[in-house]
Design a binder for this molecule. Structure first.
Ligand code: ATP
Ligand code: MG
Length: 595
């Protein structure tokens, strides 16, 4: 199956694209000529964890907008914090964005990192601009400890207090900042702060910290720096340097927008469009726009919590198929198209909400129904002996790979005297309307013959059914009776001599509660981890699956959608259940509509 589908984010989704409030703002900008008709977005992950389905929403939105407006899209590592960032995360992020189908500027197939932008490459430029703010009297070196800075900050109802270092001379500030950079001071002993307003009702504007001292080795810049820029200072500058037009972020940054703008305006103070101002040419000023982050039922999305699940051994790693990470979803068998269609359907809004996880499952089914080849596998085998079928004979029956897709062709499935069917497809005392197998009843074997149950072997001790005896009608090859007699039920099966024992990993929601964070005081989201989120079962699959490549997605007929895991070997194929066949979304939708 195509692992690397890099088509546009909107191709198979339809509807909502092109009509959300962010695109409206962009159209307005294009009309007014605000950015000269340019559209340039970015996805700026901090490489301190794997990407999750929430990030997918942001990627689809940012890349989708760039694609819709013929603009550009940057993939930028926001690697401004040396302490929590790791190489493994960087590699996974790049891989996941590519897999999802977003194409960033400068992307190439022969070099995974081509075109990826590193915020840390801007450290010198950011530093120079910080010096400029000091010279303009808009920033100062503060000797308060982090605790003291907090105390001076005030609260929503109380104004803050000026730092006693606020009125240092420009010369002293320049000197101290230079020495901060050269490593003269220990961690946490000084900061560079913007000189804004300790009385601002917006706490973010109360002389926010721009730089802190951290003597740590950075994965990109090594030991070149021991001062690191804070997010609010760094982020707008990164956007500006890259010429980002629309800096799209989640709602919690709404209160930071005035600061985003203040910093760029502060740099532009004394600058002009033509560069004739005392400080030169104005820098680019992007527009920050906020949207509501994705929340999903039965899911936690914070990287801190996901890391806790990994570190605590509650899951088998970041790409555990139960994780909401992109790599987890991918390993589980979720196609990128399903994630893109899901993101397109949920759209973007200005108010937070929670999306039902069944909606994601619905999109997974919808795509796999069209794309996944059908195969037969038996989860709870019950032996059937076809008494009138010659012993030792094997014939190959033609099976359609995907009724939804004639181009998927057919395959040959071996049939013999002994087969396995699902335990559930036989009832000794069938209820009304039970069209499967029962004593005396006839049923159709998928792609095979009609068989009739003529006997039942039981375990004498337990009375349990251990084997069925059937007869087949040789005139019904392919499943239809020449006399036109009606047989309603069709069941799947595997030939006992040819079936391959395999492992099925059956997944359920990772949490038992729709909102895992809804715990009593003193509780923890891990309290509602679902003990049955993974069940490992043995199953029997048709031999065509022995050499299926890891990542291949199939439908086990009448059972569910499965994906070959990377733990799979020809001796022991391993399948992850991506999703069951039953569409519970339809039910949810009905319930929602009914109120
Ligand atoms: P954390 O999980 O620790 O809060 P984060 O999700 O903010 O971290 P970043 O790497 O900073 O992690 O996120 C990169 C981008 O993805 C940001 O622009 C952020 O707004 C966006 N993003 C993060 N979570 C979601 C979400 N649930 N829905 C939509 N966008 C999100
Ligand atoms: Mg963040």
């Amino acid at each position: 199956m195509a692992e690397n589908n890099r088509s546009a984010s909107t191709e198979d989704s339809g509807n909502k694209e092109g009509s959300d409030f962010i695109r409206e703002i962009i159209r307005e900008h294009n009309r007014s000529g605000r950015f000269g008709g340019r559209v340039h977005t970015r996805f700026p992950p901090e490489p301190n964890g794997y990407l999750h389905i929430g990030h997918a929403k942001s990627i689809c939105l940012n890349y989708g907008i760039a694609a819709d407006f013929g603009g550009k899209f940057n993939l930028r590592m926001d690697d401004t914090n040396p302490e929590k960032e790791e190489q493994e995360y960087v590699d996974a992020i790049i891989d996941d964005v590519r897999w999802l189908g977003a194409q960033w500027t400068g992307m190439r197939d022969d070099d995974p990192r081509a075109g990826v932008i590193w915020a840390s490459d801007y450290f010198q430029q950011m530093y120079d601009w910080a010096v400029e703010l000091i010279r303009k009297g808009l920033a100062f070196v503060c000797d308060l400890t982090p605790d003291q800075v907090r105390e001076h900050r005030g609260t929503l109802t109380e104004p803050g207090r000026d730092s006693p270092y606020r009125n240092r001379s420009i010369e002293e500030n320049l000197d101290l900042f230079d020495r901060m950079r050269r490593g003269e001071f220990p961690d946490g002993s000084r900061t560079l702060r913007a000189k804004i307003d300790m009385n601002s009702p917006n706490l973010n504007l109360r002389d926010p910290v721009m730089y802190r001292i951290v003597h740590a080795t950075h994965h990109n810049t090594g030991d070149n720096w021991c001062i690191y820029p804070m997010y609010d200072w760094a982020h707008g500058l990164e956007d500006s340097i890259e010429g980002i037009t629309h800096s799209i972020c989640t709602l919690e940054f709404e209160n930071h927008r005035p600061l985003y703008d203040w910093f760029i305006n502060a740099i532009n103070l004394g600058r002009t469009d033509d560069g004739s101002g005392p400080w030169g040419k104005k820098i680019h000023h992007p527009q920050q726009i906020e949207f509501a982050r994705l929340n999903l039922t039965y899911t936690v999305m914070s990287k801190r919590k996901l890391l806790e699940l990994v570190k605590g051994g509650h899951v088998r790693g970041w790409d555990d198929p139960r994780m909401p990470t992109i790599s987890g979803l991918r390993r589980r068998g979720v196609p990128p198209e399903a994630i893109r269609n899901f993101c397109s359907t949920i759209g973007v809004a200005k108010v937070e909400g929670v999306v039902e996880i069944q909606l994601l499952e619905h999109h997974i089914r919808e795509h796999l129904n069209r794309a996944a080849p059908r195969v037969m596998a038996v989860m709870k085998p019950l032996k059937v002996v076809i008494d009138n079928y010659p012993e030792g004979r094997v014939e190959f029956l033609e099976a359609v790979n995907n009724p939804e897709d004639p181009a998927a062709g057919t395959r040959q499935v071996p049939f013999s005297r002994e087969i396995y069917i699902e335990e559930d497809d036989f009832r000794e005392d069938p209820p009304k309307k039970y069209y499967r197998l029962s004593p005396g009843a006839e049923v159709r074997l998928r792609w095979g013959y009609l068989i009739r149950c003529v006997g039942v072997d039981k375990d004498p001790a337990t009375g349990q059914v251990v084997r069925l005896h059937c007869t087949y009608d040789p005139a019904t090859r392919g499943g239809n009776a020449p006399d036109g007699r009606k047989v309603k039920g069709t069941i799947h099966w595997v030939s006992a001599a040819h079936a391959v024992p395999a492992e099925a990993r059956l997944y359920d929601h990772l949490f038992t509660k729709p909102d895992p964070d809804d715990v009593p005081p003193g509780g923890d989201f891990k309290d509602c981890l679902n003990p049955n989120s993974l069940q490992v079962a043995a199953c029997l699959v048709e031999p065509s699956l022995v050499n299926a490549a890891a990542g291949s997605r199939v439908q086990f007929e009448r059972v569910g959608y499965f994906c070959v895991d990377r733990d799979s070997t020809p001796q022991r194929p391993v399948f992850n259940r991506t999703v069951t066949l039953k569409d519970s979304w339809a039910k949810v939708e009905k319930a929602l509509a009914g109120g």
